[in-house]
Design a binder for this molecule. Structure first.
Ligand SMILES: Nc1nc(O)c(N)c(N[C@@H]2O[C@H](COP(=O)(O)O)[C@@H](O)[C@H]2O)n1
Length: 216
């Protein structure tokens, strides 16, 4: 069995340190790079024809493929924060492999956000140039980074969300053919929304969440 102290040591080894003045900080959604946050509104999504207002709601709903009623409650929220709050009482019932796959789900959610908001989200991502991106958080040093000194200069965390955003940015820089406008489903079991397997996402399926009317 792995001892608590070696687990603590391992966790510590995953932490990275950033200097605030040298990075793009994602903190409040109204700030310059706030659109990179999953809590940002204005980047609507559509999965299997279902309208979802934010990547936060999409990400949280992916915890519960076996509980469509909970997914419906989460994606029915107008605010991303309440979508996250709605998931809280059910967290112990998240899919059993959640901790192992959540970063893949997050990577897929960001791909969907880009595919369906290619111009606006793409422009924001590219505006970060080659700088490190970090999400500042008060509590979460897995997805983000926390302030570690009173001067506010040092940020420490695994910064998994920031690293996924940087990974996507680098792919976008090479995306001359618009390949990122199509997102295949994740290759994991039970990748479902409201009882149906999640299909390929395309840029055309974004917008106001209504299916396109038949023209002929
Ligand atoms: N509580 C909270 N407030 C914010 O303003 C945040 N940006 C976040 N972080 C986001 O929460 C999501 C992860 O949720 P889990 O704790 O893994 O359920 C992820 O989108 C973070 O970016 N949290």
């Amino acid at each position: 069995m792995i001892s608590r102290s070696s687990l603590d040591q391992y966790e510590k080894s995953l932490l990275r340190t950033y200097v605030r003045s040298e990075v793009v900080v994602v903190y409040k959604t109204k700030e310059a790079f706030g659109g990179l946050s999953n809590m940002a509104s204005g980047y609507p999504l559509q999965i299997n024809g279902v309208r979802i207002l934010t990547t936060e709601a999409l990400y949280q709903s992916c915890r519960f493929p076996h509980m469509p009623a909970v997914q419906r409650e989460i994606i029915g929220q107008n605010s991303p924060m309440t979508a996250k709050m709605k998931s809280k009482p059910y967290r112990n019932h998240s899919r059993p492999d959640w901790d192992e796959i959540r970063y893949k789900v997050m990577r897929w959610c960001l791909r969907v956000k880009l595919a369906q908001n290619y111009e606006e989200f793409g422009r924001l991502l590219l505006a970060t140039r080659n700088q490190p991106i970090v999400e500042q958080s008060r509590k979460d040093d897995y997805w983000g980074v926390k302030l570690v000194d009173d001067t506010g200069g040092k940020l420490v965390g695994q910064n998994v969300l920031g690293r996924l955003l940087m990974e996507l940015r680098e792919k976008l820089k090479d995306d001359t053919e618009g390949v990122l406008k199509t997102v295949p489903p994740l290759g994991i079991p039970d990748f479902m929304l409201l009882g149906k397997p999640i299909g390929t996402v395309t840029s055309k399926s974004s917008g106001d969440g209504q299916k396109q009317p038949e023209l002929f």
